[in-house]
Write a protein that binds this ligand. Structure first.
Ligand SMILES: [Zn+2]
Length: 184
């Protein structure tokens, strides 16, 4: 099973390096393992057997000790009538467009690498466009994301720059209000 690097470790605060394409098979295997880790973490029965594993929707390679630009995202969203599964294996993701409008998760953000509580608002761009190589599809993609989907992508891409969610929280005013920001 993958071992998660915690935020006491310096490499988590350092930038990752780009990966050469075409993607080597060993990186695809790592991405598959990361995606599977997320799926398992969302399975209550599996978690019961692995009580130290926390539920997660995204995992970036530096979180498993590999400072290379790749990340996995997996979660089920949408409504009961219209369920959607968000699943990505992204290599060298780059935010190419972003909205001025901000958003934040009302419950705050969490991270598999962060065990201590860090209350406060993490403001993100409400809409982004990301370019990346998608390893499941085996091609370059452009992803347009909004709201929660955009938050997750920004959180994971931040990891590739050595940035953690609490780095965004205002130290003097953690609950700072930004007018027009969308609460999610
Ligand atoms: Zn994280």
């Amino acid at each position: 099973m993958l071992r998660i690097v915690k935020d006491k470790v310096k490499s988590l605060h350092q930038p990752s390096v780009e990966i050469a394409l075409p993607l080597e098979a060993r990186y695809k295997r790592i991405l598959d393992a990361m995606l599977q880790y997320l799926k398992n973490s969302q399975n209550p029965e599996w978690r019961e057997r692995h009580p130290r594993v926390r539920e997660g929707v995204g995992l970036a390679a530096p979180q498993i000790g590999i400072n290379k630009c790749m990340l996995a995202i997996y979660y089920e969203a949408g409504s009961e009538e219209k369920p959607k599964i968000v699943s990505y294996e992204l290599v060298n993701p780059l935010i190419v467009e972003e909205s001025i409008r901000l958003c934040y998760l009302q419950g705050g953000e969490g991270c598999l690498s962060v065990d201590d509580p860090h209350p406060g608002k993490v403001y993100r761009k409400n809409r982004i466009k990301v370019k990346a190589y998608e390893a499941t599809l085996g091609k370059e993609v452009e992803i347009e994301a909004e709201g929660f989907d955009a938050v997750v992508l920004q959180h994971e891409i931040d990891h590739l720059h050595g940035v953690l969610f609490y780095d965004h929280i205002d130290k003097l005013d953690p609950d700072k209000t930004i007018v027009d920001a969308i609460a999610i």
